[in-house]
Design a binder for this molecule. Sequence first.
Ligand SMILES: CC(C)(COP(=O)(O)OP(=O)(O)OC[C@H]1O[C@@H](n2cnc3c(N)ncnc32)[C@H](O)[C@@H]1OP(=O)(O)O)[C@@H](O)C(=O)NCCC(=O)NCCS
Length: 134
Amino acid sequence: MDEKVSKFCSWEVFQSRESAVDYFVNQDLPHPWNRAICAAGRVVGSIAVRSLTGCDRCRGELGYALASEYWGRGIATRAVTLAANYAFIEMPHLERLEAVVDVDYPASQRVVEKAGFVREGLLAQGEANRRRHF
Ligand SMILES: CC(C)(COP(=O)(O)OP(=O)(O)OC[C@H]1O[C@@H](n2cnc3c(N)ncnc32)[C@H](O)[C@@H]1OP(=O)(O)O)[C@@H](O)C(=O)NCCC(=O)NCCS
């Protein structure tokens, strides 16, 4: 329910406890690689890697979000670094890990850069035209 977080994400702020629980049960729990980001003994965010299918099975896509009260402490960078390492171990079919971040969101670009991702270009079509590809 944190609009600062959802602003640059593909999902909307949950409007009720029920819709949040429904998302956790039907989207988060069945997800093959989704981890909680924990700090100070509580869940403060999440990070996920989605393996593509078919010919693109060797590619994984990374997504992450952190509660705004925890921003600016290096937590996301640590989570992305750990997730990138574990994803390659736990999904040995992966050969590359990709992150698509908004061109208007330098903090998120900085996170993946600090975690070792290399900027590859700017996606140029439709909704993606505001997004950088690492
Ligand atoms: C993006 C996000 C994960 C960052 O989390 P975080 O824990 O604050 O990130 P970190 O502290 O590890 O690193 C942030 C970096 O961005 C930098 N930064 C922050 N605001 C910035 C700005 N306006 N311009 C440039 N750099 C900025 C910080 O200085 C830091 O870099 P540094 O260590 O070199 O100083 C968090 O803001 C978030 O959850 N946002 C909403 C969801 C989202 O956008 N997810 C990504 C979608 S793929």
